[in-house]
Design a protein around this ligand. Structure first.
Ligand SMILES: [Zn+2]
Ligand SMILES: [Zn+2]
Length: 266
């Protein structure tokens, strides 16, 4: 009855949407991706997204993944005028080097005790976070933080990964995936299980698919769910991206280092 106990765990952590306040505006900037969006920036195999949110004048800054290249991260951030030392929290999707390889270098420039939301208890990594002054917070189950951020909780049998949900005041959600090893459709389904009346506005990140066939499946799933902005990047292959773009038309958004997204609560 593994399925039944899993269902009960999900029911137990199901959250009422009112418990997360949400933000008036959400600004995402892709600091590092495999491709370049803005001329003059650099690319490398990896992902890092800078998230800045605002609610009633209060701003929060979260770094989702660091990529594996500190040089690329710092170079692109400074070109974009983003001060990484002001980051309030770091969210690490999973323990692969292309997502957390330069985490220790990043933590060196952040405030002491900066929370680092991680998917699972990788003992050596968690210890290393503490050694450079960060504070690891393990999200094996869904976890809320600040006024409107939510970890989906850990998914995946082999590669443990969690994804980041951000709520707008109007109850729409933005989902950022790292590599989506557990499958981007499964991640959306988990999100729906966690949140009542789940409304997905945007999905951005690695989708971990390569073929046209997979792209069509994901594209159609996003279409059926009326997702307004879908921006696959990082570990999403060219054929898969083209298929998603074909299905979604104007709802598809090309990604890359320097791409930014602005979402406002209507
Ligand atoms: Zn990756
Ligand atoms: Zn990965």
């Amino acid at each position: 009855m593994a399925g039944e106990s899993h269902r009960r765990i999900l029911e137990a952590c199901k959250m009422k949407i009112g418990e997360l306040f949400g933000f008036d505006s959400v600004q995402l900037t892709v600091l590092v991706d495999n491709e370049i969006y803005l001329e003059g920036l650099r690319s490398t195999w990896g992902l890092s997204v800078y998230v800045e949110v605002e609610r009633n004048g209060l701003k929060r800054k979260v770094l989702m993944d660091t990529s594996g290249s500190y040089d690329t991260l710092i170079y692109n951030s400074s070109k974009l005028g983003i001060d990484l030392s002001a980051v309030d929290a770091v969210f690490i999707s999973h323990w692969h080097g292309d997502h957390c390889g330069c985490l220790k270098d990043v933590l060196e420039v952040l405030k002491p005790e900066t929370p680092v939301y991680v998917p699972s208890s990788n003992r050596s990594e968690v210890k290393a976070i503490g050694e450079v002054g960060g504070k690891a917070i393990i999200c094996s189950k869904a976890k809320r933080f600040f006024e409107g951020f939510l970890s989906t909780g850990c998914l995946g049998r082999w590669t443990k990964e969690h994804s980041l949900l951000i709520k707008l005041v109007n109850s729409e959600f933005i989902l950022i995936t790292g590599c989506a090893h557990p499958g981007v459709i499964n991640i959306v389904k988990r999100s729906r299980n966690l949140i009542e009346n789940f409304k997905l506005k945007a999905v951005i990140g690695g989708f971990h698919i390569s073929s046209r066939r997979e792209g069509l499946i994901v594209g159609n799933f996003m279409k059926e769910n009326n997702v307004e902005t879908v921006s696959p990047c990082h570990c999403t292959g060219t054929d898969a991206k083209s298929a998603i773009a074909e299905v979604l038309g104007a709802n598809y958004s090309r990604c890359g280092s320097g791409k930014s997204f602005q979402f406002k609560s209507k």
